[in-house]
Design a binder for this molecule. Sequence first.
Ligand code: GN1
Ligand code: MG
Length: 352
Amino acid sequence: MDIMHSVLVSYGFNKDSYTIERFGNGLINDTCLVKKEGEKYILQRINKAVFTNPFLIAENIEKIEAYLAETDSSYFFTTPCKTLGGDTIVCIEDHYYRMFPFVKDSHTVDVVQTPQQAFEAAAQFGQFTRVLSGMNIDTLNITLPAFHDLALRYNQFLEALEKGNPARITEVASLVKQLKKQVHIVEEYNNILDNSAFRLRVTHHDTKISNVLFDGASKGLCVIDLDTVMPGYFISDVGDMMRTYLCPVSEEEKDFSKIEIREEFYFAIVNGYKSFMEAELTDTEKQYFFYAGKFMIYMQALRFITDYINNDVYYGARYPGHNLVRATNQSILLQRLLEKEPVFSARQEIIQ
Ligand code: GN1
Ligand code: MG
């Protein structure tokens, strides 16, 4: 906490004038809630093994802020606090930190409980891309190269099977076999890359429900966690919502019998997203809502199993076998979603 104190001093905070506690459940950055004189702040240490150049993130946020100031100043955008020296990132002992004011009267949700929440969140992510649709995406930095490149993730999985921990490779053989059977999802992704009907837009790339702030009336206020905002395809944002909102339990759930797909949440995501993106999406893209779910769930299953085989170097593990549980969970979620394909295709015309 001494380091955290030094960080807070950069923002002009005095010792004993604040309290600090851990906050949230993100896997990558360390997040704290700071309270000072009735005000609240979110302080984060950026994971430098993942984000090797945190200034790229800060620059993207500044560019978006500047674009919005010129075009749509009514859009609610949370901007980072500035240090006494006017910086938005603090570097102390080779670690990087940044802080945001906690939006008053807002709250986050950990698990999506109602279709209305799914609709509101999807509308927020749709609106984010919509208000930035005139921005030149080439001006944005790529904070994580090839982040949602499914073909690359598949190759990393194959490479882990060659070079990873041999005992773990043997242990996961049946899951690996199941995942390899779904390689058609990668083939379809490669077709998308060749299809000019798919557009690159400003994409959030981490649309889990805890990255949406809600107001007291449970209406969406804004999106947060802009570390992975980069040019991308809509299947990334819609797909990660499917991955994290359709099921009543998260990727952490060990009781796999609880994994199921809640149909009405699917339509809430589609309709919420379209409420801002209908006119932006091409007709071809509109056919890919279901694919989006397959794409992101499959990618996450591959990322977790790859990390397990590679001794948990990326995600870490809070107990032995943690990433294997997560990978199995996501693989089962993918099965459950695939079973729903006929239902969702049959109702497709209702939502178009
Ligand atoms: C990571 O740290 P968090 O939870 O915001 C990961 C996402 C994964 C997610 C899985 C930069 O996000 O891509 O979907 O874990 N972010 C990065 O829980 O790798
Ligand atoms: Mg995140």
